[in-house]
Design a protein around this ligand. Structure first.
Ligand code: NAD
Ligand code: MG
Length: 392
């Protein structure tokens, strides 16, 4: 029996994870559920899954969480704040952690799970972008198993089962749907709205990653994620736009073989791989009938002029040190401002580039250095928005 902590339980990945968990009462049990602010949604999940612990990050939500659990007649213990989450993740309450908080806010709990040697189903790519080396080292030193559940990295994980395969690896190719604005020229992107940006053609996801998919920053973050997970440098990571979103990524070996993983675009497959590995368990996702899906798989090169975020991420990876942390932080600020209609779509890459230029990379010698880079980048990007000094 796996005892699972679902962090980001009220989100899109959280819902998919809980769906898979509920299909396997004999082997999976949600023991910790954590969310950011939405107490009502968290209580509703508790009434279905009966966890031992429920954690709301926003401390002002604690009284409502306690009252809600009591009213529902549940024995679930209520907690609030970030510190308690890190402690619970490290405790005997769970052996498996679904890291699905959005943004850099997910780093402390993911790191706590790595330090405690847990199995981590890692959706929170931002924690790898921010502190990939430290996180991978902590997992390695403490015997934690990281199973990536980002669909591309999960695909690569499935194609690279052991160290022998790694040794013969020559290149990784991440596929990208291209997002809702695939095929548009840069000039056509100036006036797109948040509603248009979050309307993803293939995946149903939270608002932040949906905007990241529209700018291709999501693929950029994934390039950095792949570098840390699989030890491959940027020049051996390719990106192919694949609008059908059925081939989730490809791995090329020195002998000329290419392996790919295919499936319907549904995150429950990757989560089931994470829960069951090395066994296979059902996920609720049906098999892929390529003929029923139209019988074709198309691939094209990404348009880096219309979508400069992908280029910026490759550059940040090459610069190394604090650059990916700055990229990620500036992007989080920019996306949030775009969703609030304070800046336009093209200002997202402009703001990220401006922040990267203002804060040249320094060696990432410690977590504190990375946190400081993250803070500085947020501050600078926030100031630019306030002064309306974002080029576009
Ligand atoms: P979402 O916005 O739907 O959900 C985010 C969750 O995080 C919510 O439960 C929210 O309450 C919680 N949260 C936010 N701040 C928090 C905090 N400070 N403490 C605790 N909880 C907090 O986002 P999502 O689409 O589920 O994405 C989650 C993560 O998974 C992101 O890092 C994203 O990049 C990654 N991911 C998502 C998908 C997908 O299909 N949705 C695919 C690949 C990777
Ligand atoms: Mg992905």
């Amino acid at each position: 029996m796996r005892n699972v902590a679902v962090l980001g339980a009220t989100g899109s990945i959280g819902a998919s994870a809980l769906d898979v968990i509920a299909r396997h009462p004999d082997r999976l049990r949600a023991t910790v559920l954590a969310a950011g602010r939405n107490v009502e949604a968290l209580v509703a999940l508790c009434t279905v899954h009966h966890p031992l612990h429920a954690v709301i990050a926003d401390p002002t939500g604690l009284p409502a969480l306690e009252a809600g659990l009591r009213a529902a007649g549940l024995a679930t213990q209520a907690h609030a704040g970030d510190g308690i989450l890190d402690a619970l993740v490290a405790s005997d309450a769970c052996d498996t952690v679904v890291a699905a908080i959005v943004g850099a806010a997910g780093l402390p709990s993911t790191l706590a799970a790595a330090r405690a040697g847990k199995r981590i189903l890692l959706a929170n790519k931002e924690s790898l972008v921010l502190a990939g080396e430290l996180l991978m080292q902590a997992a390695h030193d403490n015997g934690a198993t990281i199973v990536p559940v980002d669909s591309e990295h999960n695909a690569i994980f499935q194609c690279l089962p052991d160290a022998h395969a790694h040794a013969g690896l020559s290149r990784i190719v991440l596929t990208a749907s291209g997002g809702p604005f695939r095929g548009r020229a840069r000039a056509e992107l100036a006036t797109v709205t948040p509603e248009q940006a979050v309307a993803h053609p293939k995946w149903s996801m939270g608002p932040k990653i949906s905007v990241d998919s529209a700018t291709l920053m999501n693929k950029g973050l994934e390039v950095i994620e792949a570098h840390h997970l699989f030890g491959v440098d940027g020049d051996r990571i390719g990106v192919w736009v694949h609008p059908q979103s059925l081939v989730h990524s490809l791995v090329e070996f020195v002998d000329g073989s290419t392996l790919a993983q295919l499936g319907l675009p549904d995150m429950r497959t990757a989560l089931a791989v994470g829960f069951g590995w090395p066994e296979r368990i059902s996920s609720g996702v049906s098999g892929l009938d390529l003929l029923a899906q139209g019988g074709r798989l198309d691939f094209e090169a990404p348009d880096l002029e219309a979508f400069p975020c992908l280029r910026l991420a490759f550059e940040a990876l090459a610069a190394g040190g604090t650059a990916p942390a700055v990229l990620n932080a500036a992007n989080e600020i920019a996306v949030s401002a775009f969703l609030q209609r304070r800046i336009g779509f093209l200002a997202i890459p402009a703001l990220v580039e401006q922040t990267l230029d203002a804060l040249p990379a320094t060696p990432a010698t410690s977590l504190e250095v990375l946190h400081e880079a993250d803070r500085e980048a947020r501050h600078l990007a926030g100031q630019s928005i306030q002064r309306m000094a974002v080029p576009a």
